[in-house]
Design a protein around this ligand. Structure first.
Ligand code: ATP
Ligand code: MG
Length: 511
């Protein structure tokens, strides 16, 4: 008789149900796996044989054929060990196959039969639930992650014998987790870096607050030691907390990449991905022959921080242009194409010239015009055009530096204003399918960023004086909208617009 065991495989960010069919034939002892398995699944043959023997069961000394259906779907991952073993044990009548009908199995086996954790458990269990499966058995280390999915019973097991016993005498304990209260509790934890430890720099702090409130991209330009990297690290602490839906979406991504830890099954904070400038474009965008998400997808709903931005090779920076615009990336390979989400905020930091002191009040810059131009040409116009807020960060004055008594505002209180502004935006755009001002299309800018007559006059002057492009014009209105939201103002007033105009395009001649 052929036994059919349910499991799943991940493709992109989604999982699909897979049936593991096991048959034992009267032929020379051999085991074969068919149905587009990857190398890890093919190697399951040896692991499963040893695990079954070492758990005290008998492995058939006949030919074992394992078919992974549907046959045209490529399967990958080590979660097939347990379902294959269960199929064989049904053949050997160690378990009654009738009892396994409503169950799915995920898990890697070690040679002694212990169950090892696998990647992608959250999407796998979600996929199984959508396929109508009622119960799932997973390795204990993955059980809290699996329990994030509501509407499916989750059992965690340590050993192959425990799984068999579940159907024979001692049932496994069901795992529960209250997702919303877990998320609430965890998101209140303290951050490592806080704005209360950053002296002065009011202008930069304000720009970071606007960026966090409206989801805008930001670039900091300034001399060495001015605190750019420090403030960027503090930025994560003023971002609004994750909504449950966002947290689950992020957890799926991190689960597939194997970046979740067993005791923290849910992503509770917005990601802050600091990428080094030696990173390859594949590492940033994602890809490879077995496509995996890159840094921009790991930064989804959070921040991608490029420190020393001009040090990145130009081709690496250029690949960011499309995902910055679309909020997603499509990776096309010969056989299939996969879409990953990439709605991230870009945060950049750089010096204004190779020596770093262009525009510094105390130190003289030693670079030639040619050197400066060459240095800055690594940032292309189109990329700069996508960065809404560009600010100059100057070094602290000796007075500011030595003034230890001054109390700086904490991240928690800045975050309160950010959260309020985000709520206003979410309410306003609830029918437009966007969340923040930075996502406004030019059509929506016309609808939501109207300005009165005196403000239009002001914009007219600015357009002529700063030679603003069409895209730049829209961006200034978007920033003004965010400043008005932070102010709790329904309309964009003239002073909001004036503030927005301060963050105009970076221009080396102004240093
Ligand atoms: N405003 C500030 N308040 C408190 N400490 C500061 C401030 N600015 C700089 N520092 C101190 O100086 C150190 C260096 O700052 P940081 O690394 O942020 O400079 P940077 O602007 O990134 O310089 P570089 O251009 O060389 O990368 C910080 O770790 C911090 O200790
Ligand atoms: Mg730095």
């Amino acid at each position: 008789m052929v036994n059919k065991i349910t499991t799943a495989t991940v493709i992109g960010l989604n999982a699909y149900r897979v049936f593991v069919e096991v048959d034992v034939l009267n032929s020379l002892p051999k085991m074969s796996i068919v149905g587009l398995p990857d190398t890890a699944i093919n190697e399951a043959r040896d692991r499963v044989r040893s695990a079954i023997k070492n758990s005290g069961f008998t492995f058939p000394s006949k030919k074992v054929v394992v078919n992974l259906a549907p046959a045209d779907l490529k399967k990958e991952g080590s979660n097939f060990d347990l379902p294959i073993a269960m199929g064989i044990l049904c053949e050997e009548e160690a378990v009654n196959s009738e009892l396994l009908k409503d169950y799915a199995f995920l898990g890697e086996l070690s040679l002694d039969g212990t169950l090892r954790g696998v990647n992608g458990v959250l999407p796998l269990v979600l996929g199984l639930k959508e396929a109508g499966v009622k119960n799932v058995v997973v390795p204990s280390v993955n059980s809290s992650e699996a329990a994030l999915v509501e509407g499916i019973n989750v059992y965690g097991a340590e050993h192959l014998c425990d799984v068999v016993n579940h159907f024979v005498e001692t049932p496994l304990k069901q795992v529960h987790i209250d997702v919303s209260s877990y998320l609430k509790e965890k998101s209140q934890e303290e951050y490592l870096y806080d704005f209360k430890d950053v002296k002065g720099q009011q202008k930069a702090k304000r720009a970071l607050e606007i960026a966090a409130a409206g989801g805008h991209n930001l670039l900091m330009i300034g001399s060495p030691g001015s605190g750019k990297t420090l403030m960027a690290k503090c930025f994560a602490s003023i971002l609004p907390p994750l909504e449950l839906q966002e947290a689950l979406e992020l957890t799926k991504i991190y689960s597939i990449c194997g970046l979740l830890s067993g005791d923290e099954p849910l992503m509770t904070k917005r990601p802050f991905r600091a990428v080094h400038h030696t990173a390859s474009s594949n590492g940033i965008i994602g890809g490879g022959s077995n496509p995996k998400p890159g840094e921009i997808t790991l930064a989804h709903r959070g921040v991608l921080f490029l420190d020393e931005m001009v040090e990145f090779p130009r081709n690496v920076l250029e690949v960011l242009r499309q995902p910055l615009e679309d909020g997603e990336i499509v990776i096309s390979r010969a056989k299939n194409s996969i879409k990953y989400p990439a709605q991230f905020m870009l945060l950049g930091a750089m010096n204004p010239c190779p020596c770093g002191y262009l525009g510094d009040k105390e130190k003289q810059c030693t670079c030639s015009d040619y050197q400066i131009n060459r240095y800055l040409s690594r940032l292309s116009g189109p990329l700069l055009d996508r960065i809404d807020l560009q600010i100059e960060v100057s070094r602290l004055t000796p007075q500011e530096l030595m003034n230890a008594n001054q109390e700086e505002e904490s991240s928690a209180s800045i975050r309160e204003r950010v959260v309020k502004a985000r709520k206003i935006q979410a309410e306003r755009y609830k029918n437009d399918g966007i969340l923040t001002n930075s996502e406004l299309t030019s059509k929506l800018v016309k609808k939501y960023c109207q300005i009165d007559k005196p403000s239009s006059e002001l914009m007219k002057v600015a357009v002529v004086k700063y030679q603003l492009s069409g895209r730049r014009y829209d961006r200034i209105l978007k920033i003004a909208r965010t400043i008005a939201d932070l102010d709790g103002s329904k309309d964009i007033l003239q002073n909001h617009l004036m503030q927005a105009l301060q963050y105009r395009m970076f221009n080396k001649d102004e240093f």
